[in-house]
Design a protein around this ligand. Sequence first.
Ligand SMILES: [Fe+2]
Length: 401
Amino acid sequence: MTIEHTLTSQERLAELDLDQLRQLVGLVSYDVDGDPFPVTGWDAVVWAVGNATQAALFYQAVFGMELVAYSGPETGNRDHHAYVLRSGAVRFVLKGGVDPASPLLDHHRTHGDGIVDIALEVPDVDRCIAHARTQGATVVEEPRDLTDEFGTVRVAAIATYGETRHSLVDRSRYTGPYLPGYVVRESGYRKPSGEPKRLFQALDHVVGNVALGDMDNWVAFYNRVMGFTNMAEFVGEDIATEYSALMSKVVANGNHRVKFPLNEPAVGKRRSQIDEYLDFYAGPGAQHLALATNDIVTTVDVLRAHGVEFLSTPDSYYTDPALRARIGNVRVPIEELSSRGILVDRDEDGYLLQIFTKPIGDRPTVFFEFIERHGSLGFGKGNFQALFEAIEREQAKRGNF
Ligand SMILES: [Fe+2]
């Protein structure tokens, strides 16, 4: 059996099938037998935020997510509140400190709102940790069982860039709402009638920003420690040299559910957006999450009506005859894309539609991408130039350019 036949627990809950996942996130078949660190897919994105109670409402009312589980003082957890939300196969866990001595508050003081854990579902936690250790990874949590009346979850964690970690989770013997210690929680929030059931179905990729000169080290880390392979997309200094630049390479797990583009700043005429992130996040960290939708037009319309702000795209992007030549036929008329600021990119496998939000917290750090794939397994390399111009206009408004 190969691992692409396995759906993650979240995908099963979301009633997604393999065909949908092939289209949404570019799922591929691969031979799991040769994989030293088999990863099934995403388990959760865990955030440390300044106010988890309010953020939980934000992700319900604005992003259309559903509150499903909770841990906090009422459940015996006196350190912090934790709210578990989902949309399709995407699971967010929002944590905010309650006890003034909570380490989450220290984390937030340093980094602001950010991602502390990109947790992955794996079939064999111990095997992964054993391999990671031989490859020199830092094991921040040894494998252990967590048990309650819903069963047992096996977990461990390794360190990645900055203060970010990858928890490794085997929940094959567990039926609870998230992890032992969490209780089912339903929200009193009611979605306005007429809105789509969900605005995104799956997590496509999580981008990490690392320090100048470190990108290749982290690519090597994912190759060596986690058996990830390099994807074709490579952004070098030749891109956007008129503006501040970045370098980017992409690694992916065997079935391509988990894709990690890794950016480092490159020397440009001005201070780069990656430098700005590293300054305001106080170090390396997760820069953006790409959420996969099968109807980006509706997703963007609903999010915008909820007040989400997206990066604007220069009009010249859509009127440029080279764009039309580059992208060919796409399912949405250019005028529809233009009025919403949705970008298009095409490669030999197909095309993708994408759009980026402004940073979602107070610091100019973490933001979201929404992506609708049609065959392309890329990340929008062709849009880097247009995107850079848009991001840097915002950076200049903040006085950081
Ligand atoms: Fe992206």
